[in-house]
Design a protein around this ligand. Structure first.
Ligand SMILES: C[S@@+](CC[C@H](N)C(=O)[O-])C[C@H]1O[C@@H](n2cnc3c(N)ncnc32)[C@H](O)[C@@H]1O
Length: 281
């Protein structure tokens, strides 16, 4: 799994990935702990972490009052949390089922949001208006083959002075064997131009299986991520690397405040996440 690599047309890879993500929606609706958001003022733990890192870089110091475009918003737990923090939110995803779920959640919580169904690589053309903040977090660009095209969408969606925030699994983490009994490299760190082929019936959260198990993902080294943003004329304000993840990447990971991490003796050996804040001049 993930060991097979192949060159595949984006249309075919995207169609396969979309079917897989549609199937995950009902499983994640049960497993994401969405009911936590029924508590007034409660934000998702991902957004709590992200706002702490992001808000010092926002011109007014808070996300409240900003126009925010949330790319790859999935079932909307983080989008709803940003709305609850006072942002005017637009959630973007290519999964109709995810967006229907997200819209239902926002409605139930009494939060306003706009939802746009599109390939994120076509987001600029599909989404109306421009934004103070483009936000995307945890499980995002590994689904995309072309970072330059992604960064161009981000730059196009931002107003001058607008901010990009991304936090995601570190490419070094994604190169590790999740099933090994120690830290062992297994998958490519560098871009090969080929997709990694995954056939997995289960998903990272909850029980149950998906009917469409085949997905395609792409490795992106940190240098490519940074260079894609620089290539879109964004100014990088901050790059951080972290040791805690919001999902259990490997059965050997242990629960820690804020998520999961490698056992303590290994924790400073490899990064688990990276965070980048960038600005459109
Ligand atoms: C792991 S979720 C990330 C969201 C968030 N961290 C969460 O867990 O709710 C990945 C999302 O990316 C979406 N996605 C994957 N490829 C996409 C593409 N090419 N265009 C738009 N959305 C895409 C999927 O439908 C899914 O909702």
């Amino acid at each position: 799994m993930g060991d097979e690599r192949m060159v595949i047309e984006w249309d075919a890879a995207r169609a396969s990935n979309r079917e897989n993500w549609e199937d995950r929606v009902p499983l994640h609706e049960k497993a994401y702990g969405i009911e936590e958001l029924d508590e007034p003022d409660q934000l998702s733990s991902v957004v709590r972490t992200d706002l702490e890192a992001l808000e010092p870089f926002l011109p007014g110091g808070v996300v409240a009052g900003l126009d925010v475009c949330h790319l790859q918003c999935h079932i909307g737990t983080d989008t709803a949390s940003l709305a609850r923090a006072g942002a005017r939110v637009t959630g973007v995803d290519f999964s109709a089922a995810a967006l229907a779920s997200a819209a239902g959640l926002a409605k139930r919580l009494g939060l306003d949001a706009t939802w746009v169904e599109t390939d994120v690589l076509d987001a600029r053309a599909a989404v109306d208006g421009d934004f103070d903040l483009v936000y995307t977090s945890i499980g995002t660009i590994n689904w995309l083959p072309d970072l330059d095209r992604w960064a161009a969408q981000v730059a196009g969606l931002l107003r001058p002075g607008g901010t990009l925030y991304i936090r995601d699994g570190h490419p070094v983490l994604y190169a590790l064997d999740e099933h090994a009994d120690g830290l062992r490299l297994r998958y490519p760190y560098f871009t090969t131009g080929q997709a990694q082929v995954w056939d997995e019936e289960s998903t990272y959260a909850g029980e149950g299986t998906v009917a469409h198990a085949r997905t395609y993902q792409w490795a992106h080294p940190l240098s490519d991520i940074i260079n894609s943003l620089l290539g879109a004329d964004l100014r990088i304000l901050r790059v951080d690397e972290g040791t805690t993840l919001p999902w259990k990447f490997s059965p050997r990971m242990v629960e820690v405040p804020g998520g999961f991490a490698w056992p303590e003796s290994e924790r400073d050996l490899v990064p688990c996440t990276y965070t980048i804040v960038a600005r459109k001049p």
